[in-house]
Design a protein around this ligand. Structure first.
Ligand code: NAD
Ligand code: WQD
Length: 338
């Protein structure tokens, strides 16, 4: 089976590529290298002994996309990762986010809907905003998004749902990821944050390795057991596995719902302070941190109810938080060597 991955050299796309290749799928990977490096291909090959077919292209370019589908007429599934993902940056550069995340999606959907190819979309728990109840299931009404980035995910979901209704035979799954963290156990692929990391785990590992002075914990007076925010941190390899199981399900199922949405999370809420403590315990390293003022726009608590994906698709998170943090630390340590 041949799977097209857009954004295939990025953080999540590279981990999905590894699993697909190991399971014997053929992978066609495209990426414009905006937020990744061609060297990721070496990491993928070092782990799997295989290389995906790779083309450096921009999914917004209709001609390039048409040529790609002409070159690979028998694509059995598409996983669409290519997008910008920095929440803060999206507030400063909304048009770039709408252009890449929305127009890019539309360009990918043109050939995909024409050929009715099963389609998996990278959505995000950001679409829920501050949900009124925990854990968050897929049926709670979506709130207004906090950022242009969040808007692009809500709009993307709506576009795909409309396409599923309009184009006979076109089915899709929207995966709402909670907080992906960690790296492949080989530490040959992982996350490359550009500039100062905005996300907790890369900032934490960069602090411990000495690239940053102090981890700021954004707020300690929230209405949570230890006063710090709570999230659902999911190992990137678990997330990768969720894509493969979702795709298999979509390809095999003759589903009548056409557009299905699933949370991808562990179901466990973990506080920022618990992250620091667990990291210190598993790595034996000290995290230099200080309590800082809350970050604007942060939701207090967000963790998934993953029952729908557990029960319908059969996927369940396997890795522990300890595994996730250890793999993030191993990745950071080898980055220092590079
Ligand atoms: P990433 O930036 O590491 O990967 C995205 C890849 O897409 C990059 O390699 C980038 O170069 C490429 N790309 C961007 N625009 C492109 C274009 N127009 N044409 C071709 N390639 C393009 O990000 P990631 O963390 O792997 O995220 C993948 C997807 O998952 C994104 O859609 C993101 O919004 C979504 N998501 C990520 C998270 C997270 O915390 N990492 C959480 C929820 C959802
Ligand atoms: C986690 C917790 C911070 C950094 C973001 C996006 C979301 C999704 C996942 C794409 C929060 C705290 C963080 C730091 C801290 N991405 N923190 N000090 O905000 O849950 O979600 O990534 O779709 O859309 O918004 O993740 O890693 O930024 O923060 O105390 O230096 O860590 O306040 O409680 P977040 P995060």
């Amino acid at each position: 089976m041949k799977i097209l991955i857009t954004g295939g050299l990025g953080y999540i796309g590279s981990h999905v590529t590894v699993l697909l290749l190991q399971k014997g799928y053929e992978v066609v990977s495209v990426d414009n290298l905006d937020n990744s490096s061609i060297d990721v291909l070496e990491g993928i090959e070092a782990i799997t002994g295989k290389r995906p077919f790779f083309e450096a292209l921009d999914v917004r370019d209709e001609n390039q996309m048409t040529n790609l589908f002409d070159k690979h007429p028998n694509i059995d599934g598409v996983i669409h990762f290519a997008a910008y993902k920095a929440v803060g940056e999206s507030v400063e550069k909304p048009l770039e986010y709408y252009e890449n995340n929305v127009s890019g999606l539309v360009q990918v959907l043109k050939p995909v809907t024409r050929k009715a190819i099963p389609f998996i979309f990278s959505s995000s728990c950001t679409v829920y905003g501050q949900a009124d109840k925990m854990p968050i299931d897929e049926d709670i009404p979506l709130k207004k998004a906090f950022s242009p980035y969040g808007n692009t995910k809500q709009i993307g979901e709506q576009i795909i749902a409309d396409c599923c209704k309009a184009y006979q035979g076109f089915n899709a799954i929207l995966l709402r990821y909670f907080n992906p963290i960690g790296a492949h156990s080989s530490a040959k692929i992982g996350e490359f944050p550009q500039g100062i990391p905005q996300n907790l785990i890369p900032f934490l590992t960069q602090t411990v390795i000495g690239k940053r002075e102090t981890l700021k914990i954004f707020g300690s007076d929230y209405n949570t057991p230890d006063g710090t925010c709570i999230r659902d941190y999911i190992h990137v390899m678990d997330l990768a596995q969720a894509h493969i199981e979702s795709l298999d399900y979509l390809i095999k199922s003759n589903n009548s719902e056409a557009c299905e949405v699933y949370n991808v999370g562990t179901g466990k809420g973990v506080s920022v302070m618990e992250i620091v403590q667990t990291f210190e315990k598993v790595t034996g390293e000290k995290v230099h941190f200080e309590i800082s003022k809350p970050r604007t726009g942060d939701v207090i608590t967000a963790f998934a109810d993953p029952k729908k994906i557990n029960n319908r698709i059969g996927w369940k998170a396997q890795y522990s938080l300890e595994d996730s943090l250890m793999s993030a630390w191993n990745w950071e340590k080898q980055l220092k060597i590079l």
